[in-house]
Ligand binder design. Structure first.
Ligand code: NAD
Length: 493
């Protein structure tokens, strides 16, 4: 079973804030009604700070500041190169603070410190990427010789409402902030209430980089209050949301009266399909990483592994053994591979799925709290084999270190199993048959397929899901498209 790496004295980052405020129009402010909410850290589940609990009045104020900066401020009218310089400075600052960002993120969310560090660097890269992209951006021009010229004016849209989840919070915020700002919009960010700590650093970074006042605004608070007010605000024409599919559905309905632009990055139950001819060593390593990295709290987690019958027994045995070697530990310990789940509510949810799984499949690794951990939201990497497609642990997103393995006999059966869920975010395919690899990938209902590959993403590629996993695409120029209007101008010659 998974060993605690001898829980040392608990490491607590220095200079933790005792409270977190909103950031509106260039100033840190409390909620209009003074309300706050508790923030816990997942190793002790102690409340370690209070965050301002934003309501409609606070969102109204933030939107007014963002709207003013959009209508009257310099940001939307700056040359792409000028905005790009500021975004590169933001990237430099994020990079120079990566260790601090990682320790705060790890402390607040329970992510292993080495992985939190990688996410901080990825956040810097997101800013760099979009800083470069807006400078290189070219728009269409069409000429009808002697008759007409048609060209495109690309314009920022206005105040973008950005609503983000608690898994890799800082990085996912950067994924929206980068393109929204690069294209000249102003923003109101509503980060997840479980993990507000790292988001509180944005304001200082942006001020230091020279982002004009009012361009970036942050309102903390609960989804049903602060998030809801942002979604329903008539002066917010765009909502970019990442979170659960059910929340996405609600936001879709709530945004309808104002006909908003919506980008929806939602949940997943992504299959990893392992054919008998695959490089099994590589497939096992990657599928272990695919579901246990980031504590399994990953939208693109390969949480269902479908394995061809000829190698099924060997795969299950080796996979279970490797899962048992995954090191569970204090998130701040660099040896740790799986830390503590974000919050006791989420921990209870994951644990309840593990109990359900015990009657749906054959438990071959983990199955509860790892040995040596008396408190904190620790879950042993858990593997169920022989899971039928009707099982809840096959169908529903668990969002923790829990995986379901299912055998298949034919390519057709593999495809039916892969596609037999409501989600369609990512898929992973392992085979050395070239034709099968490409044909199978094409037939899978997933926004992204990794073929004989770990989950590594080129920032230029489209990111998004199909079915219940999302609507629209971000990534590369698709993000630019989402955050801008394209006005066609027609000239008669
Ligand atoms: P969640 O839907 O509970 O919350 C996400 C955000 O929405 C939070 O900031 C929350 O406060 C806010 N919110 C909640 N109710 C709201 C409402 N009625 N109106 C407006 N805002 C509201 O999701 P979560 O539990 O924080 O995140 C985990 C989920 O996110 C998983 O389903 C995961 O797969 C998904 N996710 C998807 C991607 C992707 O790119 N597809 C990436 C990461 C996470």
């Amino acid at each position: 079973t998974n060993q605690a790496n001898d829980q040392p004295t608990r490491y607590v980052p220095a200079d933790l804030p005792g409270r977190i405020q909103h950031y509106i129009g260039g100033a840190f402010v409390d909620s209009a009604d003074g309300a706050t909410f508790d923030v816990l850290e997942p190793v002790t589940n102690d409340v370690y700070l209070q965050a301002a609990a934003g309501k409609k009045a606070d969102v109204d104020r933030a939107v007014a500041a963002a709207r003013d900066a959009f209508v009257n401020g310099p940001w939307p009218r700056m040359l792409p190169r000028e905005r790009s310089r500021i975004l590169h400075r933001i990237a430099d600052l994020v990079e120079s603070r990566d260790a601090r960002l990682a320790e705060l993120e790890s402390f607040d969310s329970g992510l292993p410190i080495t992985q939190a560090l990688g996410q901080a660097r990825r956040a810097a890269e997101n800013f760099r990427f979009f800083a470069d992209l807006v400078v290189a951006q070219a728009d269409d021009t069409f000429k009808v010789p002697g008759r007409q010229i048609n060209y495109v004016n690309r314009k920022p849209i206005g105040v973008a409402g950005l609503i983000t989840p608690w898994n890799t919070p800082f990085m996912l915020e950067s994924w929206k902030l980068g393109p929204a700002l690069a294209t000249g919009n102003t923003v109101v960010l509503k980060p997840a209430e479980f993990t507000p700590l790292s988001a509180s650093l944005w304001a200082g970074i942006f001020e230091e980089a020279g982002l004009p006042e009012g361009v970036f605004n942050l309102v903390n608070g609960l989804g049903e209050e602060a998030g809801d007010a942002l979604v329903k605000h008539p002066d917010v024409p765009l909502i970019s949301f990442t979170g659960e599919s059910s929340t996405g559905q609600l936001i879709f309905a709530n945004a309808a009266p104002n006909l908003k632009g919506l980008s929806m990055e939602l949940g997943g139950k992504s299959p990893a399909v392992v054919f008998a001819d695959a490089d099994l060593d590589a497939a096992i390593d990657a599928t272990i990483f695919g579901v246990f990295s980031l504590n399994g709290e990953r939208c693109t987690a390969g949480s269902r592994i479908l394995v061809e019958r000829a190698v099924y027994d060997e795969f299950v045995e080796r996979y279970a053994a490797q899962a048992q070697r995954v090191v569970v530990g204090d998130p701040q310990d660099p040896e740790t591979e799986v830390g503590a789940l974000v919050h006791p509510e989420h921990y209870d949810k994951v644990m309840s799925y593990i109990e359900i799984g015990k009657s749906e499949g054959r438990l071959v690794a983990g199955g509860g709290r790892p040995e040596g951990f008396e408190s904190g939201n620790y879950v042993a990497p858990t593997v169920f084999a022989d899971v039928p497609p009707s099982a809840r642990i096959f169908q529903e997103e668990i969002f923790g270190p829990v995986v379901a393995i299912t055998p298949f006999d034919t390519d057709e059966e593999a495809l039916a199993l892969a596609n037999g869920v409501r989600y369609g975010l990512a898929a992973y395919v392992w085979t050395n048959d070239l034709k099968r690899a490409h044909n199978f990938s094409q037939a899978i209902e997933a926004g992204m397929v990794w073929l004989n590959s770990n989950n590594v993403r080129d920032l230029r590629t489209p990111f998004g899901g199909v079915k219940a996993s999302g609507l629209g695409h971000e990534g590369g120029y698709r993000s630019i498209d989402f955050y801008t209007d394209q006005q066609a101008v027609h000239i008669t010659l």
